[in-house]
Design a protein around this ligand. Structure first.
Ligand SMILES: [Fe+2]
Length: 207
């Protein structure tokens, strides 16, 4: 049986300071992400081995083989595991700035400019009621990029969309530093976006 583990951060807890603070990073990674890892392993243990040999993104893309009473848990813990795994990779102490390469061209095509993209993404992130995520995704069906939001820990994979860039809008991601000021958190986060990682994901997908 596949057992998932808490992935290591690609940098230190305080490396994203002052934009994302050390204490938030520690609690977010060691407690919140760990709880999704543990929850996912627990729910997978309840399912017979034959129904989950694939990686979690494949499972999320088609929940039909999962017993109906466990689909909600898989969505929550599996989404929580994978969303956070990506979140750490999508940030970097040397991040920020603007994307390059083909992603930059595609953003210009679908959003007119990087500034307009950033504004729409931030507005969507602000508009989420309760907990959720804001995403830039690759829509394979139409071979285009889109901005979407998801509730709770829903992953873009359950919509058959591939996450390129994701922002965690749960209060646990920002409350210690920013309290209820979500807009401040969003503007801080742009300073650490790992555009190299995001651009490379896009280049591989849009081949
Ligand atoms: Fe989170």
């Amino acid at each position: 049986m596949v057992r998932y583990q808490l992935p290591k951060l690609p940098y230190s807890y305080d490396d994203l300071e002052p934009h994302i603070d050390k204490q938030t990073m520690m609690i977010h990674h060691q407690r919140h992400h760990q709880s999704y890892v543990d929850g996912l392993n627990k729910v997978l243990a309840e399912i017979s081995g034959s129904s989950h040999p694939q990686y979690i993104t494949s499972i999320l893309s088609d929940l039909t083989p999962i017993p109906e009473n466990l689909q909600k848990k898989i969505k929550f813990f599996g989404g929580g595991f994978e969303n956070h795994r990506l979140l750490w990779e999508m940030m970097n102490p040397d991040g920020g700035g603007i994307p390059g390469g083909r992603l930059a061209d595609s953003i210009d095509v679908y959003f007119n400019s990087f500034e307009e993209f950033k504004e729409i993404f931030s507005m969507e992130a602000l508009s989420i009621e309760g907990s959720g995520w804001s995403w830039l995704v690759f829509n394979q069906t139409f071979n285009k990029i889109e901005i979407i939001t998801t509730k709770n820990q829903d992953s873009p994979w359950i919509l058959n969309k591939i996450p390129l860039l994701g922002l965690d809008l749960w209060e646990h991601a920002y409350y210690l530093k920013h309290q209820n000021l979500r807009a401040d958190y969003i503007s801080s986060w742009w300073n650490v976006v790992n555009w190299d990682y995001v651009s490379n994901r896009f280049s591989e997908l849009s081949g």
